[in-house]
Ligand binder design. Structure first.
Ligand SMILES: C[S@@+](CC[C@H](N)C(=O)[O-])C[C@H]1O[C@@H](n2cnc3c(N)ncnc32)[C@H](O)[C@@H]1O
Length: 182
């Protein structure tokens, strides 16, 4: 059966990248290929930005969450609600293993959930419509969607995210990155 979806929309594409990255011991290669040193510098920059913006009890929707590593970038004092959504069941399985199983004793005050879903279609199923989430955080999602699927697909996705979240924070894999809140 032919699959006309673009690569980034195909769970098997991410499954293969994840498998290869796990095999090489460089798990970050599943989402971005760079040296470990560069990867740590990017993470540090993101930590700084998040520390400036995220308030103690803000709720967070991690859009295209991968294995949920945003949880390790948030301020240690943060104790809000977190929902990570990704279309790859393999990433979500890994995220659950890392942060929920065994119970997240490292973060006793955080309410952490993960769901498999497509940001363009499934947010109404995954998010409680009664309470707007404080932040949608998108790490390296917008340029990837525009590049691979086009501006219209991005517009659809952004509209869906805005239905459920008050603010969007965009972070890119750039150690010099400046925060972009819209
Ligand atoms: C470059 S990775 C970023 C992962 C994560 N944000 C991070 O920085 O650790 C892109 C992620 O977006 C997910 N993704 C791509 N299109 C998506 C969509 N339409 N809905 C949900 N997730 C999507 C992929 O499965 C992949 O995990």
């Amino acid at each position: 059966v032919s699959d006309s979806r673009q690569l980034i929309e195909r769970p098997d594409y991410w499954k293969r990248r994840l498998r290869e990255a796990q095999h090489s011991g460089m798990i970050h290669h599943s989402i971005y290929k760079c040296s470990l040193e560069q990867w740590h510098r990017i993470a540090e920059r993101h930590r700084q930005i998040l520390a400036e913006l995220i308030q103690l009890e803000d709720s967070i929707l991690d859009c295209g969450c991968g294995w949920g590593r945003l949880l390790e970038l948030l301020p240690e004092s943060w104790r809000g609600e977190y929902l990570g959504v990704d279309l790859s069941p393999d990433f979500i399985q890994l995220a659950k293993r890392r942060y929920l199983d065994p119970p997240p004793s490292a973060y006793p005050l955080r309410k952490i959930e993960f769901g498999v879903g497509d940001l363009r279609h499934d947010l109404p199923l995954l998010v409680n419509p009664k309470r707007k989430i404080t932040w949608a955080v998108l790490i390296s999602i917008r340029p990837m969607v525009i590049r691979n699927l086009g501006q219209e697909a991005w517009n659809e996705m952004e509209a869906e995210i805005r239905q459920v979240a008050s603010r969007i924070l965009y972070l890119e894999y750039d150690p010099e990155a400046v925060q972009m809140v819209e």
